[in-house]
Structures are given as C-alpha cells and as structure tokens.
Design a binder for this molecule. Structure first.
Ligand SMILES: Nc1nc2c(ncn2[C@@H]2O[C@H](COP(=O)(O)OP(=O)(O)OP(=O)(O)O)[C@@H](O)[C@H]2O)c(=O)[nH]1
Ligand SMILES: [Mg+2]
Length: 194
C-alpha cells in the first residue's frame, strides 16, 4: 500500500460524532498498551500521527484517520486496564461495541495481542465476540521484537493452540522493526477491495 496522505479526522465518544464519508474502514482493537496506536503509525510509516504512550489507557476515544482520501483506519480505546478510572472504563466497552456493531463502513477488525503472553480472558472474549457477530478479523501478535527467534516460534505455537487456530492464521508484528507490516497490509487491502 502506498500512503500518499494520512490525516487525523476526528475523535468520537458517541455515534453522532462518527465522521460522514463514503469509504470503507478498518478498526484496531485490543487491550490497553498492546500497541494499537503504534501499529497504525508503523502501517502508515508515520512516527507520531497517532499518539502512543508507555502508560496504558492513552487512547480514550475512537480516533479516525483518513488514508489517501480513500479509506479510514480507526484506533479504538484499549480494554481491560484496571488503572483507568472505573467510570471511564464503563463507558468504553459500550462505545467500542456500538462502533463495531453499527458502523456499515467497517470491513474488518485487527485484533491485537501481546506476543509475550498467552491470550488473556479479555483477548479470548474479543475473538469469541468477533466470531459471534460474524465480523471479519485478523489476529496480530505485537511486540515480536521483544522475543528471540526461538521464543517467537514457541510463543506462536502456544498462542495458536490457546486460540484453537493454526499458527499460519496469526500475524507476527513489530512496530519497532516493521516485521509483519506487508503481511498485514495484504489482509487489509483484501478487506478494502472486497
Ligand atoms: N518494543 C516494542 N514496543 C512497542 C511495540 N508496540 C508498542 N510498543 C510500546 O508499547 C507501549 C504502548 O503502545 P501504544 O501503541 O500506545 O498502545 P495502545 O494499544 O495504543 O494503548 P492504549 O491507547 O492505552 O489502549 C508504548 O510504550 C509503545 O512504544 C512493539 O512492536 N515493540
Ligand atoms: Mg492507543
């Protein structure tokens, strides 16, 4: 994918704030701090278009980015982080669910998990929920650069087994090195073209 333009469009807390446009959208979901915003920056080859932070809970609204004037990438707030105030957390899940269920533009969801750990309860719930609602999704294992080649191989096998899927269905990714970037673009391009 050639990125000609990548622009922040808007942050939305409720459906009335979702931007009006005719193009398709791809959303990025996963627990807080897993690397959603970093992954979007890497996909776009932009260092700081999307704000990232070492402190979980950085992204608190649904952020829309317009790419080449053709389609949008949608950064969702992370779930499952206890230190975010309870009142905020309570509004997040309905906000994310509403977007995923009611947005006709949505063509696919990238579900991120930290490659260093086995899937959490929340990760399992996300995948089950995406399957139940028949949404197209791709699981991406992030922060692969933090593992050695051997650790990567063994984690890939263990995570695939835990998710009851084939290792070949999982995309191994690093925002730091760009590993997996082309593979993920191929999946996204399939959604955008389909
Ligand atoms: N080494 C390494 N660090 C990463 C990678 N991806 C993200 N990080 C780091 O992980 C932290 C969280 O990254 P973010 O992209 O802000 O995570 P997020 O999922 O958007 O987090 P929330 O907005 O809080 O939901 C930051 O310190 C990033 O630099 C990666 O592939 N490799
Ligand atoms: Mg974020």
């Amino acid at each position: 994918m050639q990125i000609k333009t990548a622009n922040f469009v808007t942050s939305a807390a409720k459906p009335s704030q979702w931007p009006d446009h005719p193009g398709p959208e791809v959303a990025f979901a996963g627990r807080s701090n897993v690397g959603k915003s970093s992954l979007i920056n890497t996909l776009l080859g932009r260092r700081n278009l999307v704000k990232t932070s070492s402190r979980p809970g950085r992204t608190q609204l649904i952020n829309f980015f317009s790419i080449n004037g053709d389609f949008m990438l949608v950064d969702l707030p992370g779930y499952g982080y206890a230190k975010v105030p309870r009142a905020v957390r309570k509004t997040w899940l309905p906000m994310i669910e509403k977007y995923l269920l009611r947005r006709p533009h949505l063509k696919g969801v990238v579900a991120l998990m930290d490659m260093r750990h086995l899937p959490t309860r929340n990760d399992h719930d996300l995948v089950a929920w995406l399957k139940y609602h028949n949404l197209a999704f791709q699981i991406v294992l992030t922060k692969a650069d933090k593992l050695s080649k051997n650790q990567r191989r063994s984690q890939l096998r263990k995570i695939a087994a835990a998710l009851e899927t084939d290792p070949g269905n999982l995309c191994v990714f690093s925002a730091k090195t760009g590993l997996g970037k082309e593979e993920l673009w191929t999946v996204i391009e399939g959604w955008l073209g389909g």
